[in-house]
Design a protein around this ligand. Structure first.
Ligand code: GGG
Length: 356
């Protein structure tokens, strides 16, 4: 009997609603060639429309509902004209990451053949690394407050939180990943010259975890020069481990150097599989292009491939990534890549290239 995976699909807001159908189309096509089935159940919550009609981003039993799935396939969240971004993000995506302990945010960055990099002279193979972003603590907290609000004595305090448990498991994942890759190199993003308590501590945790992996080279870099090197010397990088905020910034900058953020996928992982993991494009809801049918669906499709890989269907992952590679060489392109194709044109081309 074929194995059946139960996947919760949540389009969310904006272009999440446009790229999700293309991701589902490719995943459904992939199941035809492999020994598994997928049962998708779609939810319209975790969206700003739901907030407007109900007063919250999700129903109160969301955790119980989603716990019954093998994975969550997520589009994008945010529609600031309806709901402030920090409300929609903390009411949905950040809840998933924290309450399902998806502490690894795996974000591959890769230059594909046929996609020109805005960096002069870069070719395929020159940009190929993974950003491992800490996903549950760090600079993303709701701890803090405002004193003397609305007066000229106004003071605001925002806390960051770093735990040994959180830092070590993130760094250990990054080193373990690097130990299985050819170059065996980890860059740890830091800012220990300026942020004088948490970042020197973070550097020490990196040194301690590096000691467990003698075959992996550790390179600590301050975030300012690290961002410059993403642009000037991207070939230096293999696995890049970063705190929540630094990782968020690096994983937008990296894909921008590969032509478009419209290609960039991500996996929010609970490696212990105690909770479902969540797979989503790095890009957000993009209100500026929503409704024009020009959103690039490749990040959503590649995120679906990462989901299959995590579920144990590596052959299906490889086949989808192969179809993406071929489509990028020869197929239609959305405007972010200089073409005039629609979201559906690209999804259809990749589905056809699956050759199944
Ligand atoms: N699909 C990604 C998405 O919806 N992103 C919205 C966003 O603002 N994310 C911030 C974050 O990933 O921390």
């Amino acid at each position: 009997m074929k194995k059946t995976y139960r996947i919760a699909s949540i389009p969310g807001d904006g272009i999440g609603k446009e790229v999700m159908p293309e991701g589902l189309r490719v995943l459904k096509a992939a199941t035809k060639a492999f020994e598994f089935e997928i049962e998708f159940v779609q939810f319209d919550w975790a969206s700003c429309d739901y907030y407007v009609s109900s007063g919250s981003m999700m129903p109160s039993d969301w955790k119980q509902i989603l716990s019954g799935f093998d994975a969550i396939y997520f589009g994008a969240v945010g529609w600031p004209a309806l709901v402030p971004d920090h409300v929609s993000l903390w009411g949905s995506l950040l809840k998933f990451r924290r309450e399902f302990d998806q502490y690894i945010n795996y974000r591959p960055v890769r230059l594909f053949e046929g996609v020109p990099s805005p960096l002069a002279g870069r070719k395929v193979g020159d940009i190929d690394y993974v950003v491992i972003r800490e996903n549950t603590e760090g600079e993303y907290t709701s701890l803090g407050g405002i004193m003397f609000e609305g007066t000229d004595r106004e003071v605001v305090v925002q806390e960051s939180v770093f735990s040994r448990h959180g830092a070590d498991r993130l760094l250990r994942y990054a080193f373990d990943l690097a130990s299985k890759r050819a170059r065996k190199h980890v860059t740890v993003a830091t800012k220990s010259n300026g942020i004088a308590v948490s970042m020197p501590w973070w550097d020490k945790r990196a040194d301690a975890i590096a000691g467990e992996f003698p075959d992996v080279v550790l390179d600590k870099q301050h975030i300012d020069i690290l961002t410059a090197r993403f642009v000037l010397q991207p070939g230096r990088f293999d696995v890049v481990a970063a705190t929540n905020l630094f990782g968020d910034i690096l994983s937008d900058l990296g894909p921008a150097t590969t032509g478009t953020i419209g290609l960039a996928p991500s996996a929010n992982l609970n490696p212990e599989r105690l909770f479902p993991s969540l797979f989503e494009p790095v890009h957000g809801s993009a209100p500026d292009i929503y409704g024009k049918n020009i959103a690039n669906p490749i990040a959503m499709i590649w995120s679906g491939a990462l989901m299959l890989d995590f579920l144990g269907e590596k052959a299906a992952h490889d086949q989808i990534v192969g179809a993406i590679e071929e489509a990028l060489r020869t197929g239609p392109r959305t405007p972010d890549m200089g073409g005039n194709a629609s979201t559906q044109d690209v999804g259809a081309a990749i589905t056809q290239l699956l050759q199944i």
